[in-house]
Design a protein around this ligand. Structure first.
Ligand code: ZN
Length: 156
């Protein structure tokens, strides 16, 4: 990865880590689940507000964790709004592939996820650090747990 790109990614992570978006508890939350990553100590609760069509009206989170887990949760809440549950889960599948597969190429997926995946590229550096993958995907595990009616998610 080019140094300039690495620096840009670092900046995005630090910005979201220091100023997380949607860091709150929406009163209208219809679904929520806690995610726990014992390896790092990250502990987050993800809140979702689903409308009557099953689209995500609002997404937010609370908790504490390392910069990567907070930045990922922050970006996730921004990217989920307006998506159906299926689209949200599909985005996680692609993000997970991005974090774990060396040969992942976002250009392969010609979908509306292109922009979202481009933004999530900032977190793709965790690929080199398997322990960090759990930090980056924690909020997403909690999100899919919440959608399927579970209240707990763990990276173990
Ligand atoms: Zn962490």
């Amino acid at each position: 990865m080019q140094d300039e790109l690495r620096e840009l990614y670092q900046e995005v992570i630090l910005d979201h880590g220091r100023h997380p978006r949607n860091f709150r508890h929406p009163e209208a939350a219809s679904h929520s689940a806690e995610g726990y990553n014992p390896l790092c100590g990250d502990q987050l609760r993800v809140y979702l507000v689903l409308d009557h069509d099953g689209h995500i009206d609002d997404a937010a989170f609370e908790g504490r964790g390392c910069a990567i887990s907070i930045a990922s949760a922050s970006m996730m809440t921004e990217l989920l709004k307006g998506r159906s549950c299926g689209e949200a889960t599909a985005l996680f599948d692609k993000f997970h592939a991005m974090c774990t597969k060396e040969d992942f190429d976002p250009a392969d997926s010609q979908t509306r996820d292109d922009d979202a995946l481009e933004r999530l590229q900032a977190l793709s550096g965790v690929r080199q650090f398997p322990v960090r993958v759990k930090c980056a995907t924690l909020a997403w595990h909690a999100m899919t747990a919440a959608l399927s009616g579970d209240t707990q998610a763990t990276t173990e």
